[in-house]
Design a protein around this ligand. Sequence first.
Ligand code: PLP
Length: 394
Amino acid sequence: MTDPKLALSTRAVHVPAADPVGGRPLSVPIYQTSVFAHDDAKTITDALNDPRGDFAYSRLGNPTVRALEHAMAELEGAAGAVATASGMGAIAVALGAQLRAGSHLVVQRSIYGGTTGLLDDLVARWGLSTTEVDGDDPAALRAALRPNTVAVYLETISNPMTVVADLPAMCAVAREAGVLTVVDSTFASPMVCRPLELGADIVVHSATKYLSGHSDVTGGITAYADEKHFRAGWAYAATTGVTPDPFATWLIIRGLQTLGLRMRQANSNAVALAETLAAHPAVDRVHHPSRPDHPQHELARRILDGYGAMLSFDLAAGEHAARAFTASVRLIQQAASLGGVETLTVHPSSTSHRSFSDEALAAAGISRGTVRLSVGIEDPADLVADLTQALEQC
Ligand SMILES: *Cc1c(COP(=O)(O)O)cnc(C)c1O
């Protein structure tokens, strides 16, 4: 209780927190506080300097945020993890903490558009240089390395063609050369792939996608094999202020609790839809690592648990068929995101890849008849029915 001799307006300001007595909250509490009070200056200073210490100021550390960081570090087998306000924030932290003016990066071909935009900006602003290689070509990676190469940037499963990176081979080449490997594993989630176990140094996720899983929050996370890189990432995130809000973080924690169940259902739905699509006369080609004709099918069997729930397919009749398909789905929603409980579709050449020329699309393996699906957790029979009726319109 606050001192009853104080004025009412003062007592209204100083609301004491209720300490739980004799019971622990089962759900992680939302510490919706920007700052933490201490009894002496030294504990504040210590907290401000230590990502593993006490809490002083929420941009540098918050108990709700740290709960997510601990959970993700465990799932990825990491020394530590740093949560961010978005997936792009995570990528900016993973790279920003390592790069210097003039650094060279080796980057997988056809990565997420937002990341390409960030790299283009870094190149223009800080004199960075990049070399593109295929994600499953360790010889090309070896040839691309330079004395000023600081990192290799890969994606476990690419958008929208579901190219699977040969993480063991690529990480081995980078490691031998003393170069870090950074892997965007958003399309896989730790249920499908754990890049640090395969030799990567830093893994990044857009938590907006599978980790939260309900299309209701934007967030990101970086996880580090090494304590030194974790501390550098934490310092960079705290300095640039890309750390997340406790409530957004709590939504991600809540989603994470069902990640295993959701991924199991979505992965098995995706295999079923890929089969349906492959057997349909309107479809030229299905791109999903479960398909025996997928270029990295054998690699996917080796390094993934399940094949993921992202897939794309090429409609034989091209662009107008793709537009007819995305306009005809009923249960499936047309939306430019992924990884939620609901099945979504997009037409990449008019949305995520709209700035690509015909040559650039061809180089990425995308046609104007390519359609992407983010497969959700609905009953597979309902998804097959919606897919089939929409394909009738193509
Ligand atoms: C969505 C996405 C991002 C960016 O994440 P945001 O949460 O939107 O900032 C990065 N990489 C991949 C592969 C994504 O799908």
